[in-house]
Design a protein around this ligand. Structure first.
Ligand code: M6R
Length: 592
């Protein structure tokens, strides 16, 4: 993944540091900056956060051209040597890269054989050396030659001692270009440059960018100019700050955002597909990764109770390589908070190529995913900063449930009365969640017991199983406790062997039709001395209960996940974890 940035501006160093802070959600293993001052490029990099880099910079660092990077390690351990930017062997070029150069081993082999010494274990360093190798008096020509040697996904920003330009090369990884009256910005994310840029362009694949004070030009990998359109953007708000943790703040926002998501759905006209398209749909895919996938899993379980066409949740990285059927009868919802998840974008591209209709369900309508899909809907969760996704999940569920309810209605598998019941019931969710949040003391107390568990298993049946998956993902990613989720009936097929004292089982029991079944599973694990916690609006024996309010039976997932989000947060805090930036992760996963 990683965040890349480059600027030509009067305040290049400060602007770069500000942008890197904004980009840190894409990776926080290391950070670096390279500044061109006169004829030299001065380069500084460090393991860890942008604030470490900032503390190490000399006070006289000045220049009008700078590039910067925040890293999520793919090739090579987390250390300063593997941090970007990289110099070329002659120090005449410096580069930052986001993506993976898939053929880097053969490139590295040839460069090493010709006498080049590598200073890092990364794939990215090859780019800097190739530029120096191909330079024969024309930087653009060196960039073109280098671009044509690279395979994989890459957004690369380049500065050189030879001219005042910034260059960039783009294929599959995001790169936006912003312009001002006398400067330019190149970056992985629009949000991180819109405070300066008046107009931005989304760089297409296989394109080279040349930026300087007088403007920006785009070329194909054959060196021929290509037209790219700029559009105006609203100034992004300054990066939010918070007293305490973003994750807790974002959980506390869930009630309001759930209300906002429904309002937003109505205001934008909802599903909004032509009757002809709706009529054709025979198969619906819900595609995403991590939490976004779990929201698809949940809404698929709910939708199967409303319609009789295939509704299939798929993990995006599996969708790309498996042979899921796609044709003009296919509707796919591509779910992504950031809209920058590479696997989800690749899945969208595949579905479009094969004639399916692609519908982005995202929190970032200016994202790469939105540009790839036929249609976009905003889940209206507002910016989410904590790596662990919380409010976006609830808003994905609201939006997707409404979309699928409208689809079922338009296809005639539910009547108007049922449709309206679901829509009206959404209005009560905010206050149901408010109630859970105001009783959070008990959950915080339970966290003290859960934090020393040797493992935590989450179980549920039907639409409660996806909630178990999401609870488990949340706990493991921020507490580092081993955790898995199972459909409750699966325990007896193997996992029961792990039940013993020290293990915690968290059962989700909101489906009144299946209460007896889940109660049996609870009893089976309690008999084996596991501690059992049960999230439920009902009464269940042999378990410590986290009671939640009664809501419409199709909407429990939006509510019952909230105690699990809170529990994960409190467990992680008690273990002194970095809740907002857990180890080895990043907010946005932009590599396949
Ligand atoms: O931005 P996206 O929704 O596409 O991100 C997908 C996953 O990377 C994300 O949900 C991840 O699983 C979260 N860290 C989970 O909390």
């Amino acid at each position: 993944m990683c965040g890349i940035f480059g600027t030509i501006s009067d305040n290049a160093v400060n602007d770069t540091l500000k942008a890197l802070k904004c980009l840190e959600y894409r990776g926080y293993d290391s950070a670096g900056i390279a500044v061109k001052n006169g004829k030299d490029i001065r380069l500084f990099k460090t393991a860890g956060r942008v604030e470490n880099l900032q503390a190490d910079l000399p006070s006289d660092l000045y220049g009008c051209t700078a590039i910067g990077h925040t890293r999520w390690a793919t090739h090579g351990e987390v250390c300063a040597n593997n941090a970007h930017p990289f110099y070329s062997y002659d120090r005449n070029f410096a580069v930052v890269h986001n993506g993976i150069i898939e053929n880097y081993l053969s490139l590295k082999y040839n460069l090493t054989a010709s006498g080049v010494n590598f200073t890092s274990q990364t794939d990215s360093e090859t780019v800097a050396h190739l530029l120096a190798k191909y330079y024969e008096g024309d930087v653009l020509q060196a960039v073109v030659s280098t671009a044509n040697r690279l395979q994989g996904s890459f957004a690369i920003v380049i500065e050189s001692v030879y001219d005042g330009n910034l260059y960039a090369v783009k294929n599959k990884s995001p790169l936006v270009v912003g312009v001002t009256d006398n400067g330019a910005y190149l970056c992985s994310d629009i949000r991180c440059i819109s405070r300066w840029a008046d107009k931005v362009a989304v760089t297409p694949d296989n394109v080279i960018v040349v930026a300087n004070r007088s403007g920006v030009k785009f070329y194909g990998f054959d060196g021929e100019p290509v037209p790219v359109k700029f559009f105006s953007v609203d100034k992004a708000e300054e990066e939010a700050s918070v007293d305490g943790d973003f994750m807790l703040k974002e959980i506390m926002e869930v009630p309001d955002k759930v209300r906002q998501a429904k309002k937003g759905y109505i205001e934008c006209g909802g599903l909004n597909l032509p009757a002809k398209t709706v009529h054709r749909i025979k198969r619906v895919y819900l595609v995403g990764c991590g939490t976004a996938y779990n929201s698809g899993l949940e809404v698929a379980a709910v939708s199967r109770q409303m319609m009789d066409i295939d509704v299939i949740p798929v993990i995006a990285s599996e969708f790309i390589y498996d042979s899921y059927p796609v044709d003009s009868y296919t509707l796919a919802f591509l779910i992504s908070q950031s809209g920058e998840t590479a696997d989800t974008i690749r899945a969208a591209e595949r579905i479009r190529q094969q004639g399916g209709f692609t519908y982005a369900v995202t929190n970032t309508v200016t994202s790469s995913l939105s540009f790839v899909c036929d249609k976009v809907i905003n889940i209206r969760a507002d910016a989410e900063y904590a790596v662990a996704s919380t409010k976006a999940y609830n808003c994905q569920l609201v939006t997707l449930t409404l979309l699928m309810t409208d689809l079922a209605y338009l296809k005639g598998t539910i009547g108007e009365e049922t449709r309206n019941k679901v829509f009206d019931a959404m209005d009560g969710l905010g206050s149901a969640i408010d109630k859970i949040l105001s009783d959070s003391y008990e959950i915080s107390r339970l966290a003290e017991e859960v934090k020393d568990s040797s493992a935590v298993f989450f179980i549920g049946k039907r639409a409660d199983y996806p909630t178990a998956c999401e609870g488990s993902l949340k706990l493991k990613e921020i507490s580092y406790i081993h955790s898995e989720a199972y459909p409750a009936g699966e325990l007896k097929h193997g996992t029961l062997a792990l039940m013993e004292q020290g293990v915690t089982v968290i059962a989700i029991a909101c489906d009144s039709d299946l209460l007896d079944k889940i109660a049996s599973s609870v009893s089976e694990v309690a008999t084996r001395k596991a501690r059992v916690i049960c999230v439920t609006p009902y009464s269940v024996d042999n378990a410590t209960l986290i009671k939640i309010p009664v809501v419409n039976r199709l909407l429990y997932g939006i509510v019952s996940v909230v105690p699990l989000q809170l529990l994960s947060y409190y467990v992680a805090k008690r273990l002194n974890r970095d809740v907002d930036k857990p180890r080895n992760l990043a907010k946005s996963v932009t590599v396949e």
